[in-house]
Design a protein around this ligand. Structure first.
Ligand code: NCD
Length: 318
């Protein structure tokens, strides 16, 4: 029996939210409960301990109206590892939404076929719209340029794992801060902790709309790279640009190479939600700072924790 199964018998835990639509739904207590549970799954996996069938008999519906590799697969893998099952709309437009069905109606309908929904959609606010009539918990797996709270949970897991803390950090966030939804969720979650100094690094036209008041803002990564404990790099979100020419002018703001990383603090960690395009040269992958592949791999433990903790009683159907 894993430690986790044992602990579960004595310590019932519950999250403060029903749907996870925004990082703002997550309290610090929720966050620590999720990260602690994820850490236990991670340790159990390293030790080859059995996972337990926490989600046996439960069905996760993944409704993806937008491209995904890591998010959908790690959600589905997490559910299967916990003994649950998955039904999936890989390309959401093959659903009745294409015939004009509203997201609110889709939420009501899918509630009869599954116990949890994870959804991605190109429009900001779309997941909340579906959740309005859903009778089962709904997780935002990315809604347009708005938010991607489960990516932020995975990001904080790697920061805590590798730095040993979530407070007192100088965190550089570089790339597309205007359209990047992972950035918005990450800043919200990290802001739950004291003494976080944000350094936002981007082309002037890709700055964040409402950055925290005390954040430092620059367009020159070389000026600040030596001060950072964490450098979180993002892809310029090509699909969000109305004007292709504008994307062309900002797409190659920087490419990190082993040379550009030579001046970082020795224990700085380099993260990226992936996919990367030009931001990080593959020659960087072998450096000790590079943590993005671990970050992606560990996300499955975080999503397992979330699915296990978000399980609601099975819905009753008339
Ligand atoms: C991100 C996303 O979809 O927002 N990817 C992810 O989920 N790991 C980042 C991106 O697409 O650039």
């Amino acid at each position: 029996m894993s430690t986790l199964e044992h602990n579960n018998k004595t310590a019932p835990e519950s999250l403060s939210f029903r749907h996870l639509l925004s990082a703002e739904d997550i309290s610090r207590e929720d966050l620590e409960m999720i990260l602690d549970r994820a850490a236990q799954y991670h340790i159990d996996a390293k030790n080859g301990a059995p996972v337990g069938q926490t989600c046996a008999g439960r069905i996760l519906a993944t409704l993806f109206f937008e491209a995904s590799t890591r998010t959908r697969f790690s959600f589905e893998s997490a559910m299967l590892r916990l003994g649950g099952q998955v039904i999936s709309l890989e390309q959401g437009l093959s659903s009745s939404v294409k015939k004009g069905e509203s997201l609110a109606d889709t939420g009501r309908i899918v509630s009869a076929y599954a116990d949890l929904i994870a959804m991605r959609h190109p429009e900001a606010g779309s997941v909340a719209e579906l959740a309005m009539n859903a009778r089962i918990p709904v997780i935002n797996a990315g809604d347009g340029i708005n938010e991607h709270p489960t990516q932020a949970l995975a990001d904080l897991y790697t920061i805590r794992h590798d730095k040993g803390r979530l407070n007192a950090l100088t965190v550089g966030i570089a790339g597309d801060l205007k359209y990047g939804r992972t950035v918005r969720s990450l800043v919200r979650l990290l802001s739950l902790y004291p003494d976080i100094r944000f350094v936002f690094i981007s082309h002037p036209s890709l700055r964040m709309d409402a950055p925290p008041a005390d954040a430092m803002i620059t367009d020159n990564i070389a000026d600040v790279i030596g001060d950072l404990d964490v450098l979180y790099v993002t892809r310029v979100q090509k699909e969000r640009f109305a004007d292709a020419a504008e994307y062309e002018t900002v797409k190659n703001a920087f490419t990190l190479t082993p040379e550009s990383l030579a001046r970082t603090k020795k224990d700085m960690i380099l993260m990226h939600p992936l996919p990367r395009v030009n931001e990080i040269d593959p020659a960087v992958d072998a450096l000790p700072q590079a943590r993005y592949f671990e970050q992606a791999a560990r996300a499955v433990f975080v999503r397992m924790a979330l699915l296990a903790l978000m399980q609601a009683p099975a819905p009753v159907t008339d």
